[in-house]
Design a protein. Structure first.
Length: 437
């Protein structure tokens, strides 16, 4: 055999480096201990980043877990919001799995271990306040868009099937048709032809592929080849794993469809969105909530002596109530009608504003005010400071001003004018290249 390589090398100039050559014993030869051609021979080898041979599952799992833990360590020191962390979890941490996960079967224990790392990272090693099944839902359903590993792997199997059905020229398709040609006859009838060999049982990998297809068919009865791409498959398969947010069952009078849509709106700044999202799920550590969970004995507000419930902390406390008048004035000014911010509107963003420009302003004002209230409340509670209504107002206005200045630079003049320069006494005015806030 080496003679053939030598002949090819003489003609093409390419040389085989015999010192670096490695051999993999497979099948009945996996116990052999001799070393033909002076190669390094073993029964487990790494080819293109994936281990093959004896103990390959263990080696692949150790490699993946090591990579995931390394990424978690790299990003856990950063001060990120929940949405920011889930984005890093999707694009950096879980992304380590997809290459190996799409070609071999990852064991259940590894997926459990990686999920533990992922959720610990998202919650900063603290208590997980919201159900894992809810977090993997899209933001419009109350989740964080966090990746659902099992569903994602199943969607990659669907994408593999798509390649097969579309008729790839690669050699592997012959094996694939041998294993599952019969079972996918509704997608590609010629693969079930009797002049081709067919296996009695599919291999373990193709059993997984067929399971993914079966799951997909529960949602999408008349499946077509074009539906088999990873994105559509993931979206459909995720519906099978959906868990309704607990809060929706507790507060039945609130329209959460509106609330989730509002909080997932891109106009909100990251930290303001974070506070609003936690408030919607009722998982912010206000004193009455902690008292209810037997974590603290003091349930009173940091400003007055009323029990600090979610509604009291963000709306009805006498130190906070007057601040909502600022938002009411702004909204009355831009809409031209009297605008009243009720408790449900303030806490759960239940609004009836039709104009999208005004809705954006309302959402920004609401979220920034809640963020300012929460920041000053924490300063008073944990830092020994004594901020009052005026300090909350100053912080709120500071955030809004910074936001207007940032928007002036980053968005186009029409959108800016629509958002900030409407109403009789607009929040901002533009004269030439100058901005007046
Ligand atoms: Zn109070």
């Amino acid at each position: 055999m080496l003679q053939w390589f030598r002949l090819y090398g003489d003609a093409s100039g390419a040389q085989l480096n015999l010192v670096k050559c490695k051999g993999l014993w497979i099948g009945v030869w996996k116990g052999r201990s001799d070393a033909p051609f002076n190669f390094v021979w073993s029964n487990c080898n790494k080819i293109n980043g994936v281990f093959f041979g004896v103990n390959s599952t263990f080696n692949n799992c150790s490699l993946l877990l090591h990579k995931v833990k390394k990424c978690v360590n790299m990003y856990s020191g950063r001060n990120l919001t929940l949405f920011g962390r889930s984005m890093i979890a999707n694009t950096v941490i879980a992304a380590q799995l997809w290459y190996i996960g799409s070609i071999i079967i990852l064991p259940e224990t590894l997926i459990t271990a990686i999920n533990r790392c992922l959720f610990k990272f998202v919650w900063r090693n603290k208590i997980e306040c919201v159900n894992r099944g809810t977090l993997t839902q899209p933001a419009e359903n109350g989740g964080l868009n966090l990746v659902h590993i099992k569903t994602k792997l199943a969607s990659l199997r669907c994408a593999h099937l798509k390649q097969l059905v579309e008729g790839s020229q690669s050699n592997w398709t012959a094996f694939a048709v041998y294993y599952i040609g019969h079972q996918i006859r509704d997608l590609k009838p010629e693969y079930a032809a009797n002049n081709r060999p067919h296996a009695e049982q599919p291999s373990a990998f193709y059993v997984e592929v067929l399971n993914a297809l079966k799951q997909y068919k529960i949602i999408n009865k008349s499946i077509k080849t074009s539906d088999l791409n990873a994105k559509s498959a993931y979206k459909c398969l995720l519906e099978l794993e959906s868990v309704q947010p607990v809060i929706e069952k507790k507060l039945t009078n609130v329209n959460f469809n509106v609330a989730w849509k509002a909080v997932s709106n891109q106009v909100l700044s990251p930290w303001a969105r974070d506070i609003s999202w936690r408030l919607l799920h009722n998982v912010l550590p206000v004193a009455a909530h902690l008292y209810h969970l037997h974590i603290t004995r003091n349930a009173t507000c940091v400003y007055c002596n009323w029990p600090e419930t979610f509604a009291h902390c963000f709306y009805s406390c006498k130190y906070v109530r007057s601040l909502w008048c600022i938002v009411e004035n702004w909204m009355s000014n831009v809409t031209g009608q009297p605008f009243v911010v009720t408790q449900d509107v303030a806490l759960y963003l239940q609004n009836a504003i039709q104009n999208t420009g005004h809705l954006k302003l309302f959402l920004i004002a609401c979220a920034e005010l809640k963020y300012a209230i929460w920041t000053q409340r924490n300063r008073r509670k944990f830092e020994g400071k004594h901020p009052l209504t005026l300090d909350i107002e100053r912080l709120f206005l500071y955030h809004v001003r910074s936001r207007i200045r940032a928007d002036f630079v980053r968005i186009d003049s029409d959108s800016f004018a629509n958002l900030w320069c409407t109403g009789t006494t607009a929040l901002a005015s533009v004269a030439g290249h100058c901005l007046k806030v």
